[in-house]
Structure formats: structure tokens, C-alpha cells
Design a protein around this ligand. Structure first.
Ligand code: NAD
Length: 246
């Protein structure tokens, strides 16, 4: 049975896809802890949630740092209660030819994009086990399906997220916890706007002739977090306007 009051954590909820997921989950009646490095972004998301009559709190900190995660979780517990929905969304990107990727850049990418989800999930899984119900939604990347030049460190980190999703899905399938991944690709967010991608040119090539919107990903997140998706686990739900058919 799902808990009466559902609480979610959305990492990187202060911008783009994480913000849209936070807003949608709040519309679904879920209280949302918005975890983000960026205080303004996190607060702005909470203000947007509250304007729509939802409940949210902002927790500022690095979602890939054990001590900060513990602090944010303690605040989330005291203000909202146990957490049964986790959206591992916080991420960074990078564009660099393979031979130029130095060890620091590699480690930073793996730390934020892969170790972060590991640490956040490990911190929160106890709440889900206690409730006998949980939803873990990992935001990966369509680049794990298509490959991508000058992004070996990024694609490797997100490929790790896909494997992590499948492994956890099997480990927790029998105890009411589902684990799935959404691999966005070409979604119009500050991350995409800050990248070398030519948005207009790519949109012209895309089957739907437009980039994805953060709301497109949020709709899938809402479904995977719902009761209706209780028999869906270990899956990759591609939300990409038909750009990759895999
Ligand atoms: N936009 C796309 O086309 C696209 C494509 C593939 C994958 N993704 C993935 O979707 C996720 C969201 O991306 P977006 O496009 O919304 O990006 P964005 O840059 O708009 O938002 C990312 C948010 O994560 C936060 N963040 C970054 N590192 C953090 C950390 N260590 N701790 C806490 N917060 C942190 C940032 O402050 C920011 O608010 C990322 O994991 C990204 O890799 C996006």
C-alpha cells in the first residue's frame, strides 16, 4: 500500500527538468523537497509550487556529497517526513575531445552524475523499505542510446546510471520499490542552451520539429511515480519525440 502522504526529493530541482518534475509531482499532491546547489533556483521552484497551492521546501547543497546529503535529508525528514519518491536528476554536462578529458574532469563527471544518485538512493532507501513502497526515477540521457562525440565522460556517467537502475530494480522488485530511468535528449533547458548544440538546426531535423520541453519529461516522471506504474520496473522510458527508436 502506498503511504497516505507521499514525500519526494528531486535533486537538481532548481532548474530545467528537475523544476518541471518538482512542479508536476506537487500538482499530483506530493510534498517536494527541492535539493539543489543553487539557492535562488531552489527557492524559486518552491515559490512556484506554493503559488499553485502545493507544498515544497528548498534544501541547498551538493547532492553528491555525503555530509550535505545527510543535512538535507535531516531537514526533509523534520519538515516533510519520510521520503518514498526520489528523482535523481541533478547532473552536469561537458564537451571535450576524448584525449583532452583529464582525470579531474572525468572524476567530477562521475562524482556528480553517478556517485550522486548512488549516495542519495542509499540515504533514502531505508524510508522506502520501511514503507514497503517506493519510486526511484533516475534521469539518464539519450546519449547512452545514440552515443555522442566529445562527451565520453558524460555518456559513461549516464551509462552507469542506466546500469544502476537495472541492478536496483532487481534488488528491490519484491519489496514494493520500483526503479526506472528516463533518458532525455534535446530538452530545452538552461543546460541545453549553454551547450554547443544548435537548437534550431536540430529541431528542423527532429521528427516532431521541436526540442523536448521539461514538461514532457515531468509527465513521464509523474507516471513512474504513480500507483499506476507499480508493475513497471527496471525500464528505460524514452521521452524523445521519436528521435531514437530503441
Ligand atoms: N536538457 C537536456 O537536453 C538533457 C539531455 C540529456 C540528459 N539531461 C539530464 O537531465 C538532468 C537535468 O538537466 P537540465 O537540462 O534540466 O539541466 P539544468 O542545468 O537546467 O539543471 C540542472 C540542475 O542541477 C543542479 N545541480 C548540478 N549539480 C548539482 C549537485 N552536485 N548537487 C545539487 N544540484 C546540482 C544545478 O544547479 C541545476 O539547477 C541532468 O541530469 C542532465 O544530464 C538533460
Amino acid at each position: 500500500m502506498p503511504p497516505e502522504q507521499k514525500n519526494a526529493i528531486v535533486t537538481g530541482g532548481g532548474s530545467g527538468i528537475g523544476r518541471a518534475c518538482s512542479l508536476q509531482l506537487a500538482r499530483d499532491g506530493i510534498a517536494v523537497a527541492v535539493w539543489d546547489l543553487n539557492p535562488e533556483g531552489a527557492e524559486e521552484t518552491v515559490t512556484m509550487i506554493e503559488k499553485e497551492g502545493g507544498r515544497g521546501i528548498a534544501c541547498v547543497g551538493d547532492a553528491a556529497e555525503t555530509r550535505k546529503i545527510a543535512e538535507s535529508l535531516a531537514r526533509t525528514h523534520s519538515e516533510l517526513g519520510p521520503v518514498t519518491i526520489l528523482v535523481n536528476n541533478a547532473g552536469i554536462t561537458g564537451f571535450c575531445s576524448f584525449t583532452e578529458i583529464d582525470e579531474d574532469a572525468w572524476d567530477r563527471m562521475i562524482r556528480v552524475n553517478l556517485k550522486g544518485p548512488f549516495l542519495c538512493t542509499q540515504a533514502v532507501i531505508g524510508d522506502m523499505l520501511e514503507a514497503g513502497w517506493g519510486r526511484i526515477i533516475n534521469i539518464s540521457s539519450s546519449s547512452t542510446q545514440s552515443g555522442a562525440p566529445v562527451m565520453a565522460h558524460y555518456v559513461a556517467s549516464k551509462g552507469g546510471v542506466v546500469g544502476f537502475t537495472k541492478a536496483l530494480a532487481m534488488e528491490y522488485a519484491a519489496v514494493g520499490i520500483t526503479v526506472n530511468t528516463i533518458p532525455p535528449g534535446f530538452v530545452d533547458t538552461p543546460m541545453l542552451r549553454g551547450s554547443p548544440v544548435d537548437i534550431e538546426a536540430q529541431a528542423a531535423q527532429a521528427p516532431m520539429k521541436r526540442p523536448g520541453r521539461p514538461e514532457d519529461i515531468a509527465a513521464a516522471c509523474s507516471y513512474l511515480a504513480s500507483e499506476a506504474a507499480g508493475y513497471v520496473t527496471g525500464q528505460t522510458l524514452s521521452v524523445n519525440g521519436g528521435r531514437y527508436l530503441v
